[in-house]
Design a protein around this ligand. Sequence first.
Ligand code: UT7
Length: 362
Amino acid sequence: MVRYAEITGWGKCVPPSVLSNSDLEVLTDTSDDWITTRTGIKERRISHVNVSDMAVVASLHALAAANLEPTDIDLILLATCTADLVIPSAASLVQAKLGATNAAALDLNAACSGWIYALNVGTQMVRSGGHNRVLVIGAEKLSFLLDFTDRSTAVLFGDGAGAVVLEATEEPVGLRSVEIGTDGSVADILCVPGVGTAGNRYQGDPSDYAVHMDGPEVFRRAVTAMGEASSRVVEQAGLSVDEVDLLIPHQANVRIIDATARKLKLAPEQVFVNIASYGNTSAATIPMALTEALQEGRVEPGANIVFAAFGAGLTWAAAVVRWGRRVEPLGTSDAHLPPVDKTAAELLEANVAFYGEGRRSE
Ligand code: UT7
């Protein structure tokens, strides 16, 4: 029997606290107009909980959509670069909080490309016969790694989680083609220099705990890599661009998304964009967007969906997924995060105090 891995469940978790562009105008020297026109972002979410908590809520929605219990899952892959802790993995915490007692669990860090990497790994594990039901999660708390007084990065990122369930099937659905790639020789153009064992634990410079990025250089490379990898996976899947139904790209900058869509010659209605609401949630953007695309009726049975991403590493990934017959969830869940009594700006007070107010007047 030839085994395939079908996406049978999907879900997301969006933290309740909203940080708007006008909130950012108070924290750093930026404007709603600049952020909107240069990135497409209007607001993002700031999480009051950890990555594993968001991952659990997204997973419970995905499990309900697949009509499965946590104990049905035999592998949990959590794509993240903002795990709760270095030890243990955030996936282990998710396994415990879900009660997924039959699942092995591991984190996978390929930054913004991580969820496509994890989809590939999970699919191969199912196809090889080693696993039958896999949770593939993307969850991030980028707000932890930002200096909210640094306008070059603070305006871009946000927090959130998305998850899918992969199940073994004999139907020829799921991943049809995939490309994952890395160029570690230029890793320093997008990094957090001081968080991890290479950091100076005793005398760190505060700025080393935040994302450093050469934005224009990352932009150029993202446009090239996402466009070219998307074209290659469409060809490898034996499809013409006319047969692509929907592009669900990583949501880093609407201008990168538009360039990727142009490369594939797709019309705007064939591209799913939700960056205005959430900004760049790294490995979570695509599973969150996929969930919303399904909820909005944008995915037809049998649809050919292209995913594409680019991020720190530097990594890139693209894939073509053939959707199965079912586009409606089998069940729903009322899982949600605990309430928060602070605004997003209040959640960031310690961040702004840590990085100082001086930068605003520089
Ligand atoms: O997921 C993968 C990770 N990240 C990415 O994919 C991000 C890729 N990069 C980008 O999306 C874009 O490069 C940015 C959005 C980060 C920056 O946009 P840009 O069009 O490349 O702008 P720039 O960095 O070339 O800056 C243009 C101007 C500069 O001012 P001057 O020198 O022309 O006077 C910046 O200082 O815009 C200024 N600027 C800002 N102004 C207001 C940069 N950031 C801001 C800001 N608000 N937040």
